[in-house]
Design a binder for this molecule. Sequence first.
Ligand code: NAD
Length: 350
Amino acid sequence: MNLKILILPGDGIGTEVTRAAMQVLGAVAKKFGHTLELSEGLLGGIAIHKTGTPFPKETEELALKADATLMGSVGLPEFDTAPPLERPEAGLLAIRRVLDVYANLRPVRTYPELVESSPLKNHVVEGTDMIIVRELTGGLYYGEPRGISAERGFNTMSYTRKEVERVTHTAFKLARNRRKLLTSVDKSNVLEVSQFWRQVVVDVAKQYPDVKLEHMLVDNAAMQMVLRPTQFDVMLTENTFGDILSDVGGILAGSIGMLPSASLGETKGLYEPVHGSAPDIAGQNKANPLGAISSVAAMLEYTFGLMKEATAVNEAVGKVLASGKVTADLRPKGKPATTEEVGQAVSEAL
Ligand code: NAD
């Protein structure tokens, strides 16, 4: 099969983990006899430096031509005080919107080998296996009006029926093939937009009588995720709440560096680790590349339907975790491995 993929390494550790993920992608292609048609583009801070904008037209064209995009992460400290629309992160929001990848799947599971890596007690995290489905192209991050002046800053959280319906269908379909439990997370005790979200989810649920639907307020959901994470199967939530709750997932999985994500629309797929550009460890060959590598597995599964290949990557990750050759964030007993060593180890385990 020909795999047409755009690579966007981005900033900071994004470039490092993407290099490791590409090595694994190359190893998969070789082992299973696929051809890679790769292109590379600019996104984020590096794109601002080279072209003056975080999402250059050329990157947009490449993304629309590719079947899937593999992204690292964006963000540079020098832009910390820049207005939101001129920051590297604006590039990320723009590419999600252009590709119309409205459903962001963020699996959170605890590998048996990593139970000790989580700061939570073993009996709490053991057996965690959930997917957060985050709405990705609407809500507070895109809502208008938005603005900032000397006396006031404001944003708008708004959803249309269509926006809620389509991501809710994605979540129900996932739940149907798992443990058949969907928890919709909102703030309907305070926000009208959340009351609307809840009504639409209830309407869509009528088409999935085999899946149990529960509702939970977002503040309680944050607490329940660290109190009893095994109660969750599929968690559906809006853009901002999903952004925040999935970082809690990093605690359950041992490190945020472990978490992959898949952003899906009707035709395109965008794959990236959940973490950011981690300026505190950038350029030190220390970053955990397993979230990026697992994002490759997600790409093989969701965009290309290559289940055997996806399983092989996930099993190779499991083998490397069992071998103890892991980066510092997972608190290994011996000397921590480098980003490159972990990428090499996963490729060899394949
Ligand atoms: P971050 O995820 O970059 O880092 C948070 C903490 O986790 C840091 O201590 C970092 O060292 C650690 N960490 C993250 N990924 C790791 C990995 N793979 N291996 C080991 N440790 C890892 O979040 P932040 O510090 O809040 O943000 C830094 C920059 O990244 C900001 O500019 C932010 O806007 C941006 N950001 C981008 C994305 C994205 O590209 N999708 C996501 C989140 C944040």
